[in-house]
Design a protein around this ligand. Structure first.
Ligand code: ADP
Ligand code: GN1
Ligand code: MG
Length: 391
């Protein structure tokens, strides 16, 4: 076991790796956890997620060990039930078309007691995945082609799960993409103002309130049956898909904690919120934050190539708007967490959640300027794909 911890720090679209010691008490705990899965090996922290703790286990073969954040996922056993059910379904589908299920879906390693997780010290839950070799998880797309491949992978994920019964899934975080409720939570945080921070964010709060009416659009369309409830991923950040390290084609969609009943618009909108931003999610120089229409076109094409025949007219019509909505929602969530004292998202510096919120809101403003162009791109892409299918 090495006494090291790898920190991946994203500045702009560059990456820096740092090694700092893992506290020995933590190291000891992790050795014991691995033993529960009959595994040992050098271990280092891994990835850039805001919620769980991920570790790379450098054995032969390699593994990814994860500690589930039980403050966020209050019923971790339900999360694991969802992941087992969804990955089993995917395995079967992948096998049927001659694919490689060990590479194209996550593979959980069972603990000694036969469970898909190991529970220790009251409320600490760990799980272990096979590490998928020869892949990369990108923090930012370097080319439109990479983003196109990510879109194909997220679209295919939904397509392969289109016959999975939505009602079998637990809602691991209730109302996760219920934007009106996210707005209510922001209001409550402003009123409570438990850290005395509301006075510093008056402009941001006003920006959000001016867009109140937007928050209900997708939920209303779901309630009216114009947008369907499907099995969706709900957290489609670019680093939640593994791409082939050589060809950059999509290999495996990961981070399945939030797979729940949802709208395809959540997956589409959230992926573009993150991936078509010309700056990083926590950029402090807001002049760098723009929405990239070339990346928008690539992602839209890839996603529609996988899903188009199944989508309703209303779903397609709302695609451009969903990018604005999911960006606004994420801005609301970061701002709420800032006001509440940074209790939900991991932070790595003072005002980190405020910086993240400001980036999202700046992106919303830029998306608003580009909505007409986005609609045109979506219409053209849809039309071209329909013609192609008819030929
Ligand atoms: P988080 O909740 O921290 O975002 P993820 O499940 O997304 O956790 O994993 C964090 C990172 O670990 C990913 O971005 C990816 O780089 C890597 N990773 C996760 N699972 C695997 C796997 N099975 N094989 C290879 N890399 C993985
Ligand atoms: C969190 O875990 P991670 O980093 O993939 C969050 C997403 C946010 C995202 C913002 C369970 O995702 O909803 O969009 O941060 N996940 C959860 O970067 O809340
Ligand atoms: Mg992740």
């Amino acid at each position: 076991m090495t006494r090291s911890q790898t920190f991946v720090w994203r500045c702009g679209h560059m990456f820096c790796l740092f090694l700092i010691p893992i506290a020995s008490i933590m190291e000891h705990e992790l050795i014991n956890i691995l033993d529960q899965f009959c595994i040992s090996g050098a271990i280092s922290t891994y990835g850039c997620g805001h919620i769980n703790e991920s570790y790379l286990v450098n054995d032969t073969p390699k593994y990814i060990l994860q500690k589930i954040n039980t403050a966020v996922f209050k019923q971790p056993e339900k999360v694991m039930e969802n992941i087992v059910a969804v990955t089993e379904h995917l395995r079967e589908k992948i096998r049927k078309v001659g694919g490689n299920p060990d590479r194209e879906t996550l593979n959980l390693i069972k603990a000694k007691d036969g469970k898909s997780f190991y529970k220790c010290d009251g409320n600490n839950y760990y799980r272990l995945y096979q590490y998928i070799e020869g892949t990369v998880a990108l923090e930012a797309a370097n080319t439109p082609e990479q983003f196109y491949y990510a879109a194909r992978a997220f679209g295919k994920f939904q397509r392969l799960l289109s016959d999975f019964p939505v009602c079998r899934l637990h809602e691991t975080i209730p109302d996760f993409h219920n934007t009106p409720l996210r707005l209510e939570a922001l209001l409550a945080a402003v009123n409570e103002d438990r850290c005395g921070r509301a006075k510093d964010v008056a402009d941001e709060i006003a920006f959000v309130y001016a867009r109140c009416a937007d928050t209900a659009v997708v939920i209303d369309a779901i309630n009216k049956g114009r947008v369907l409830l499907r099995v969706t991923h709900n957290d489609t950040k670019l680093n939640n898909v593994l791409l082939d390290a050589c060809t950059m084609e999509g290999v495996c969609v990961i981070d399945l904690d939030t797979v729940m009943p949802g709208s395809m618009l959540y997956d589409y909108g959230d992926a573009l919120r993150y991936g078509a931003n010309t700056a990083s999610e926590d950029e402090t120089d807001l002049s760098k934050v723009r929405f990239d229409l070339t990346l928008y076109e690539s992602f839209t094409r890839g996603f529609l190539e996988e899903l188009l025949p199944d989508l309703t007219e209303c779903e397609i019509g709302l695609m451009p708007f969903s990018v604005k909505l999911l960006t606004l929602e994420c801005g609301i969530r970061f701002l709420t967490d800032y006001l509440n004292g940074d209790t939900y998202f991991k932070i790595h510096r003072k005002n980190h959640n405020l910086d993240r919120a400001r980036t999202q809101l700046r992106l919303v403003a830029d998306i608003e300027q580009k909505l007409d162009e986005m609609k045109e791109i979506t219409e053209k892409t849809t039309y071209a794909l329909m013609i192609q299918k008819e030929v």
